[in-house]
Design a protein around this ligand. Structure first.
Ligand code: FO1
Length: 314
C-alpha cells in the first residue's frame, strides 16, 4: 500500500465500522480522531465510550451484537455493584473495567488522554493511530423536555426517548485539538467523516477549537459517508434528532450540514435520486451500498469513500 495518509473523524458504533474498513486498507497510514463528548465519570473511573468503541472495533475485540464493549465479556463486577445498591444501567463488563481502571490510573499519574489512548490501543495491537480530538474535557449536554441531561443519561438510561431542544458541548470552545491531531491533518492526503450521528458524534469533534474551520481551509479532499439511508438512521437517534430540530431526516439534510467543509459525499444506493441535489451544494457525489454487515462490506465502503476523494488506494 502506497503510504497514503488518511484522517477519519468518528464517534461510536457506526463510525467505528468504517474506521475499521479504512484500517484494513491503510493500516498505520490511518489516524482516527475520536469524539470525547460522551466521556464521563462513574465510580471514580474515567469512561470514554466512543474512544473505547473505536479501539475495540479497530482491535477486532468489540462485541459484534452491540458494537460497544468487549466480545464475550462478563458482568460479575457489575452484579456485585448492584448488590451494594448501585444503579447498573450502564453495562460495564469486567474486561471493559480493566480499560477504565488503567486509563484512570494513568490520567492520575499525569499522562494526557492522547498518551493513555495510544498505550491501550498499542497493547491491543491496533494498527491505526487512535487520537482523542482533544485532551481537554468536553461534555455533550442534551437539553430535553425533561431538563438538561448528560449524554449517557440521555442515550443509555433514557434510551434517547426525551424530546431534544438543543445539544451543547461544554468546554468545546476553550478546548484545542491536540498537536497529534493537527499534525495528522497536515500530513493527510484526505479526510473521511465516518457515518456517525452528525449531532452528537461528529459535531462535538468539529466544535473543538477551530477544527471545523481547519477542515474548511484544509485544501485537501474531505469526504463524508451518509449516516442516514432512505430517511432512517442505521442506528441510534439521528433521524429523531433531525425531526426534533424541525428537519426531514435524509442524506441530503446531512450533506447540507456538512456542505461548508466536505468536498464529497457518499450516498447509499437507495438514495441515488438525491445525487443532483447534493451536487447542487457543490459537493461531489459517490453512490454505493453503505450498509456494513461484514468485514468485506467495511472494506468496500472504505474504498468507495477514498475513491470519492480521488485518493488512489490499490
Ligand atoms: N450503550 C447502551 O445502549 N447501553 C449500555 O449499557 C452501554 C454501555 C457501554 C459501556 C462501555 C462503552 O464504551 C459504551 C457503552 N454503550 C452502551 C455505548 C455508548 O453509550 C454509546 O456508544 C456512545 O456513547 C455513543 O456512541
Amino acid at each position: 500500500m502506497a503510504d497514503v495518509k488518511v484522517v477519519a473523524l468518528a464517534g461510536g458504533v457506526g463510525g467505528a465500522k468504517l474506521a475499521e474498513g479504512l484500517q484494513q486498507l491503510l493500516g498505520s497510514g490511518l489516524a482516527v480522531v475520536g469524539n470525547v463528548g460522551d466521556d464521563f465519570e462513574l465510580w471514580g473511573l474515567t469512561i470514554c465510550p466512543d474512544l473505547d468503541t473505536l479501539m475495540y472495533t479497530l482491535a477486532g475485540v468489540a462485541n459484534p451484537q452491540t458494537g460497544w464493549g468487549v466480545a464475550g465479556d462478563t458482568f460479575a463486577a457489575l452484579e456485585m455493584l448492584a448488590r451494594y445498591g448501585e444503579e447498573t444501567w450502564f453495562r460495564l463488563g469486567d474486561r471493559d473495567l480493566a480499560t477504565h481502571v488503567l486509563r484512570t490510573a494513568w490520567l492520575r499519574q499525569g499522562l494526557r488522554l492522547t498518551e493513555v489512548t495510544a498505550r491501550l490501543a498499542d497493547a491491543l495491537g491496533v494498527q491505526a493511530r487512535l487520537l482523542p480530538v482533544t485532551d481537554a474535557p468536553v461534555r455533550t449536554r442534551v437539553i430535553t423536555d425533561e431538563g438538561e441531561l448528560n449524554f449517557q443519561d440521555y442515550f443509555v438510561r433514557r434510551r434517547w426517548q426525551p424530546v431534544v431542544r438543543e445539544v451543547r458541548f461544554a468546554g468545546a470552545e476553550q478546548a484545542r485539538p491536540t498537536p497529534e491531531v493537527l499534525e495528522a491533518l497536515e500530513a493527510a492526503d484526505a479526510v473521511v467523516i465516518c457515518p456517525s450521528n452528525p449531532f452528537v458524534s461528529v459535531e462535538p469533534i468539529l466544535a473543538v477549537g477551530d477544527v471545523r474551520a481547519r477542515l474548511r481551509h484544509l485544501g485537501k479532499p474531505v469526504v463524508a459517508v451518509t449516516p442516514i439511508v432512505a430517511g432512517e438512521a442505521v442506528k441510534g437517534p439521528t433521524a429523531k434528532l433531525f425531526r426534533e430540530f424541525g428537519e426531514e431526516p435524509s442524506a441530503l439534510a446531512v450533506a447540507r450540514r456538512y456542505a461548508d467543509f466536505v468536498t464529497a459525499f457518499v450516498l447509499d444506493e437507495r438514495d441515488a435520486h438525491l445525487a443532483p441535489a447534493v451536487e447542487a451544494l457543490g459537493v461531489r457525489v459517490a453512490v454505493t451500498d453503505t450498509l456494513m454487515r461484514s468485514a468485506e462490506d467495511r472494506r468496500r465502503v472504505a474504498r468507495a469513500a477514498l475513491q470519492a476523494t480521488q485518493t488512489e488506494v490499490v
